[in-house]
Design a protein around this ligand. Sequence first.
Ligand code: SF4
Ligand code: SF4
Length: 436
Amino acid sequence: MQHTIKPEEHGALGAPMAHAVEACVHCGFCLAACPTYQEFGQEMDSPRGRIVLMKQVLEGTLPWADAQPHVDRCLGCLSCEPACPSGVPYRDLISPFRARMEEEKQAVRTPGETLRRWLAGLTIPYPGRFRLALAGAKIGRALGGLVPAVLRPMLTLAPKSVPAAVKLQAVYPAQGERRARVALLAGCAQQVLDPDINVATIEVLARNGVEVIVPKAQGCCGGLSWHTGNLASAQAFARKNLEAFPADVDAILTNAAGCGSALHEYPLILRGTADEARAKEFGRRVMDVSVFLTKIGLREKPRGLGAMAGAGAKATLKVAYHDACHLANAQGVREQPRALLRAIPGVEVCELANAHLCCGSAGTYNLDQPETAHSLGAQKAQAALAALGGGEGVVASGNIGCLTQLRVHLEKIGSPVRVRHTMQVLRDAYEKPPGI
Ligand code: SF4
Ligand code: SF4
C-alpha cells in the first residue's frame, strides 16, 4: 500500500510500522479470518480497514480519535497474519501503533477507562497484588451497583475463589538421566489463577529427563503492557527478564501462549535500544513447552487416561484442543500440542469448528471490550461442546487466558466439561487411575 509515513518521525518503531503498511496489497483475504470483522461486519473493524486507518493517522491525515474505536476493538489475535498471502506482519503495526498513540497522549480515554487500565497494570503482572485484588473483588461484588460501571467487568471476570499459592523451588532435578536443562517462565496471572499448570509442567519435564530452573528474579513477560500501548513498562519488564534468565540453559520455556509470544517480541519492544541484540539472542532460545517436548521426544510414555479416568470411566476420552491465538498465530505452534495429546493412549483429539477465531480473552480485552469478548467466549464454548459431541470430555489449551475464558463460558451454560492445560492432561496421563 502506498503511503507518505515518515518513519523517522515515529521513533524506533516507525520503520516496522511503515513496512507493515507497505506490505499490504489491500486484497481482503484477511477479512474472513478476523473475529471483529465477523462481529461488527464493517471494513473499519477488519485488518485491512485498520491498516488503512493506522496509515492515515501516521501520515497525519486522520485524527486518532476517529480511528481509536476500531483500533481498540482489535484483539491482537493475529489471525490475520496466517491468512495474509502477502505476509503482512500485522504484529509490527498494531502494538507499536498503540504505543505511539499513548506516547503522544493522543489516545482518548474516559477517567473510568484510565482507572481500569491503571488498576489492571498495577495488579495483574504481580502475583501477590493480583491475589489481593481478587480478594478485594469479593468486597466489590458485595457493593454491587455502588461500583462504577466501568469497573464491573473486572468483578464479573474475577473468580470467586482461587487455589492456594504454590511456592516454586529454584531448581527441580531431572528424573533419571538428565537430557536437558531449561529455565521456566512462571507467568504472573497464571500463578494465581491456576498454579497447578506450573506444577504439571515441571513434573512432565522432570519425568522426561529435564532439569527445570525457575529464576527467582524473573517478572511479568510485559505482554499486558505491550499490547495496551505502555512501551516503557514493557521495556522495563523485558530488561528484567533479560537479566533474570541464565545463558547456560538449553531453552527458555513458557507454558502460557501470551507470555511466549511477548518474549518473542522483545526485539521489537527493545528496538533501537542498547538491548536489542540481547533481546534477539534471548528470543532465539524461547520456546513453548509443547515445542520443546516434541523436539526432545517423550522418554516416558503416558500410561493411559490415568488420573483423568473417573469412576466407571470409559476406555477413551475426548479432548477438544483449542488453539490459543498467541500459540497458533503468533508462534506458529499448532501440531505439537496435538501430537502430545495424541500420544496418550485412549485420548481422542477433537477439532473445534472455526478454530481460527479468538475466544475473546486476549489479555485485558475482556475487561476493555466486554460485550465482544462475551460474544466470542460464548461461541467458543459452544464450539468446544460441539467438538466433544455434546457429552463429557476435556477442553485443552495452552494459555491461561483462554482456559479462564472457556471455564467461565462453559460454566455459564452449565456444562460439566473440564478445562485443562495441555501439560495438566499429560501429567494426569502419567498418574495411576484413582483406586489402583
Ligand atoms: S489481530 Fe485479530 S482482531 Fe485484530 S485485525 Fe487481526 S484478525 Fe482482526
Ligand atoms: S490479506 Fe494481507 S495484503 Fe490482503 S488486505 Fe489483508 S493484510 Fe492486506
